[in-house]
Structure formats: C-alpha cells, structure tokens
Design a protein around this ligand. Structure first.
Ligand code: PEP
Ligand code: MN
Length: 632
C-alpha cells in the first residue's frame, strides 16, 4: 500500500501515521520523491485502506497491485539512481563493469584492473567464491582473492563487485567489496537474500536461469524488504531449448523490467552467450535496448583462464567494444559513466590521447581551436592558472570533464543576438553528472584576418563559422564579389588561411586567433552590431560542484499539461521573492508542441528560501533539473 502524504505535513503527524502502520504489523519505508513524499507499507496484514485514509496528514492511499511492492514502479515513479563511490548507476547513465570471471592472483587482478580502467570500465568484477557446476573445477581463492580485489580496486579507484554464495560469508565479505553479487543459481536462495539485504550495501542481483521476470522482481523485493535500497538487476540469459549459445539472452526483459520497476537493469552478455565472439554484438544490443549498463568478462590470456575462458573477451576486443559503445551512447542520449582521474583535484596531470602530459595546471576543455572565443573566455575567467585543452565537439568537452582529462569545461550557452545554444543545454540535460559552477560574458569582436602584406583589394574568399559570417553581414554586403565559405570554427578558419598562405584568402575571427597564427588584422571590429555578447559557463563533475555561497542558479523545467501551469510555476518564484534573470521556452525534442523552460535565478543570501521554492516547484512541474548553482 502506498500512502501519499500531504505536502505540508507536520513531523508529528508523520510519526503518528508511521507508528499506526507499524502497530498494525507493516514495515514502513519513507520515500521523498521529486513529486511527493510517500510511505510504502508492506506486510502480511490486511487492513481497510479507509482506516489509513482518515489519518491526519494522509492525502490518499493507493493499493499496489503487483506482488512485489517496494520494487514496483507504482511504488516509485522515478528511476532509482545508485551511488557507488564516484559512480552513479541508473537513469540515463551507462555503466560498464568488467573483469575476469575469477580472481586468479594478486598480479593478475592488478594487471586487469589497470588495463580495464584505462579502457573505460568503471567497476571491477571478479569472483572469489565460484559456484561451479563441477565440484572438481576451480572454486575460487576465497578471502585471499577478496583481499587482492580490494587492493586492485583501491589502487585504481574502481569500486568492486564479487559474488556471495553463502550467508555465512556475508560478515567477512562486506568490508572487502562495494557491491554484493547474487548469482543466477542463488537468485531464489531466500536465506541468502535476507542476509545480504540486511547488510544495506548495493547488490547486483542476477536473474535465475530458469526464473521469470516476476520471480526476479520478487527476489529484489526480498532484498528491499530486508533493508537493501540499492539493487541493480541483471539479465544474464535463461535456459531454453536452444543449444547454440550457453543460454538465451532475453533482451526483452530490459523494457519489461523498466516498465514494471524503478530499479536499474544491466545485462551480462558473457554468461548469456558463453562464447566470446557473441559477446560484443549482444552487449551493443543490450545498450540499444535501454540497459543501464553491462557486465562483461575480460581476461588477459583467456586460454589460460581458470574459469569461463571461452567467453572472456581479449583486451583488444574489449577496447573495440568500448569504442562502439562510445559511438552508440549519444544516439541513445546516454551518458557513459566515467571514473575521475586520481589526482584530478590537484589538476597536476592532463591525459590527452593516451599521453600523460606533466602540466602543473588543471586543464579546461573547450570546443574549437586555439584562439577561439571559448579560449578567450577561459583566459578571462581563469587568467593564466589553467591549461586550455582544445576539443572538436561540444560533446567531447563534456566527456573530457566527466572522465577527468579536463577538470573544467568552458561552453557557450547564449549569445545576445542569436539566443540560446540549445545543443549545450541539451548536453547539460544529457549529462546529469555535469554541473555549471561559473560564468563569463564576453564581447564578441570580429576581425577580417589575412596573411601578412595582404590588402582588402586582394581578397577573393572569406572563411568563417556561419555565425561569424552572419554577424558580419553588413560589412560583407559591401564586398559582394567575395565568396563566403562556411567553416566549422572561427579560429579554425584562421588556421586554414594561414596554412594555404594566399593573399586572396581571409577569415573572420578573434584578434587572438590572428596573433596565434601570425596573421594580420586587415579590418578590426566588422560585426554588424557592437552589442554582441556571448555568455559562457564553466562546467565540472557534479562531485566537484559545491561552491560556498552561490548567487545564481540555472534550471530547466517542463510544466504539467494543464491550464495555468506556467503561471503556477512562476508564481512560486514570485511568492518566494526570487528574481528571474532569464526565462526562455523551447520545444521538447521528440515531443511536438510540448515545451520546456530555461530559467536563471538570482539566489538570496539565505539559500533555504531557494530550496523551499524548489521543493514547491517540483510539485508543479513534470520535470525539473538544476543545471548548477554558482557565483557570478
Ligand atoms: C559470474 O558472474 O561470475 C557468474 C557466475 O554469473 P552467473 O551467476 O550469471 O552464472
Ligand atoms: Mn564467469
């Protein structure tokens, strides 16, 4: 039964409701959701819902129709997001767990962890207790193996997962690993589920090879009912009449589970297929089907593996798989979970294309080439304290920040003439673990740039980003004979002119780009409107985004579909005396005629005012996301 509480319920009323339910024999769990606060009450008792409905502070009572309660979508509408060390699992993130089937030796798991981390895996797997079909097969290194796994995990900053096979091992294992795995053979070992649930650590629960999805969710319910909150479900193939693969991978379980439950679901293509060459296509299919991640077996020398060698990927195969996942993720609007580089906070090293540069400054990623306006924003914001790192696409800037090759990113968010740069707003929504922590407005001054000795009369062709050409339209109209050529980047167009080295070519870009390329400014400030400003923002990983006294916040929200919804939302901000400095609507991609709103708010000294306004705003919006709270 779900008990939805009144929005402004008193703590005393809340306690009274909880005590009442507990007296009746229910286990009660409180969930503070995006939209509302609820109590979930489960137990082997029946009660007339009206008895609860009449209690002060109760808004309504909803019976849960499915046999699993706490695991059901009815109980919790929003996706569960699980935090394990620096990694979040669930929502729009894609997590890659990898490692050998079994921990074989200290050196081996160390070697594997180093290689997997470098390739992009974020959680390290390895069995210490192996439930083998044959009693004569390798049974695992036990506690010694757990010790090696822990050492490797700590050394490379990777959370770890390992299988528990007996309730007796629980106490020993809990200090060695970050996530308990419950294997396919034990999915319905209810004593094990109860014990592991009570430890309140994250659990990776694999589907029994002869179990239905409902049975999987009932097992998750066991864990939840005994205290675990953080459960990751795993589809790993089921037994069918088919013998061409070890099991049959039931990919349809992904959308089915996502509809029925709020828990994240990942896929194990290794145990599903049992054959190395079948693993990458099934891993990609799992990602395409909406899985929140994959867990794969990888071995440095599969022929010599102590267990499951035939299904272990060679390191090169895993690398190729990671590259394919990286190409696929953006299509599905997924963010690939990344580990931060270990010394990121000090910013002492920057890794670029696999080369570690010993630069004693934190890197700031930006889109474009040296001399671009983004780089200028970096200089003005950070002065000389950082190392600007050029990236080709805006998405690359986000990925660099997430994986730690850059500590910060600098991205343009809006231009005073052309409006918002929607691509970057979309990326901020797509990368929930990236937040804004600062901003810099700069004036955009365009110059006509040519090679040394060139004059206006020599020019036949002008290169620039389409925005650059458009913003200098009036000047260009005065030279109708010039050919205007679009280039991907203003600074890049200058490099091009420098490389070709002909007097007849010119570019439109910043003075800095001219200086870097040793070219000459033929005409300064040729932009049509001198009131041309671009607002850049500084982005970081969410875990580094806390700043002491922010005075501005940026949010995005979508209103409920009802009359006056926007008015209601804005009235909340007005009631809390919050000053909006920006309000803009745009269509929600993929949902014709539905709109979301970008809002910037000036924050008051007392931040609790903002927190309370947000709580209320959440109730009045379909979706609400804080892009960052920062200081300007
Ligand atoms: C494993 O992941 O090592 C394993 C034994 O998996 P499963 O329980 O799915 O067979
Ligand atoms: Mn295995």
């Amino acid at each position: 039964m779900i008990i939805v509480l009144e929005h402004l319920i008193h703590t005393q009323e809340k306690n009274d409701i909880k005590n009442f339910l507990e007296r009746k024999g229910f286990k009660v769990k409180e969930i503070i959701g995006e939209q509302e606060t609820i109590f979930g009450a489960v137990g082997m008792v029946s009660i007339d819902p009206r008895e609860v409905e009449i209690l002060p502070g109760v808004k309504r009572v909803i019976p849960i129709s499915s046999p699993y309660k706490l695991a059901s979508r009815e109980f919790q509408k929003e996706d569960t997001v699980i935090t394990v060390g620096p990694i979040k699992i669930g929502g729009s993130r894609l997590v890659v767990i990898a490692g050998p089937c079994a921990i074989e030796s200290r050196d081996h798991i160390d070697f594997m962890a180093a290689m997997l981390r470098e390739t992009g895996a974020v959680i390290l797997r390895g069995g210490a207790y192996k439930p083998r079909t044959s009693p004569y097969a390798f049974q695992g290194l036990g506690e010694e193996g757990l010790q090696y796994l822990k050492e490797a995990g700590e050394k490379y900053g990777m959370p770890t997962v390992s299988e528990i096979v007996s309730p007796e091992h629980a106490a020993l294992m809990k200090d060695y690993i970050d996530i308990f795995q419950i294997g396919t053979r034990n999915m319905q070992n209810f004593e094990l589920l109860k014990k592991v649930g009570s430890l309140q650590k994250p659990v990776l629960l694999k589907r029994g090879f002869a179990s239905t999805i409902q049975e999987l969710l009932m097992s998750a319910e066991y864990l939840l009912a005994h205290g675990a909150d953080n459960i990751i479900l795993c589809e790993r193939g089921i037994r069918t009449f088919e013998t061409a693969t070890r099991n049959t991978l039931d990919l349809s379980a992904i959308p089915v589970v996502k509809k029925l439950s709020h828990l994240p679901i990942i896929v194990d293509p290794s145990h599903a297929t049992g054959i190395r060459e079948k693993v990458p296509p099934m891993a990609l299919a799992a990602v395409a089907a909406g899985a929140h991640g994959i867990t794969v077996e990888v071995h440095s020398d599969p022929e010599k593996a102590l267990s499951d060698g035939p299904q272990a990927l060679y390191p090169e195969q895993f690398e190729k798989l990671m590259r394919d996942i990286e190409a696929l993720a953006p299509v599905l609007q997924k963010e690939i979970a990344r580990l931060p580089v270990e010394d990121e906070t000090k910013g002492l090293t920057n890794k670029t294309a696999g080369i570690t540069l010993a630069i004693k400054k934190p890197a700031v990623a930006f889109q474009g080439e040296r001399g671009s306006f983004s780089e200028k924003a970096i200089q003005l914001y950070f002065h000389d304290e950082v190392f600007p790192l050029a990236r080709q696409e805006f998405r690359d800037v986000f990925n660099s920040v997430l994986e730690g090759s850059a500590y910060y990113g600098m991205i343009p968010l809006e231009n005073s003439l052309a409006g918002s740069i929607h691509q970057n707003y979309d990326l901020l929504l797509e990368f929930p673990d990236i937040k804004i922590i600062g901003e810099k407005k700069i004036r955009i001054v365009h110059n006509l740039i040519g090679i040394k000795g060139a004059a206006l009369k020599d020019i036949k062709r002008v290169y620039s980003h389409p925005q650059g050409l458009a913003q200098c339209a009036r000047f260009l109209e005065g030279h109708p004979q010039w050919e205007k050529i679009s280039y991907y980047d203003t600074a890049g167009s200058v490099t091009h002119v420098a490389e070709v080295g002909k007097k007849e070519n010119a570019a439109i870009a910043s003075a800095e780009a001219a200086a870097i390329n040793n070219l000459e400014i033929l005409k300064e400030s040729i932009e049509t409107n001198p009131q041309n400003y671009t607002r850049f923002v500084v982005i970081v990983r969410d875990d580094h985004s806390d700043i002491p006294q922010p005075n501005k916040a940026s949010l995005v929200f979508a209103t409920l579909d009802k009359p006056g919804a926007l008015y209601d939302a804005l009235k909340i901000l007005a009631d809390f005396s919050l000053n909006m400095t920006k309000l803009e609507s745009r269509p929600i991609p993929g949902k014709p005629w539905e709109y979301m709103f970008y809002v910037d708010i000036q924050l008051p000294e007392d931040l609790s005012v903002f927190d309370n306004a947000l709580k209320k705003l959440k109730l009045h919006s379909e979706e609400l996301r804080i892009l960052g709270s920062y200081r300007v």
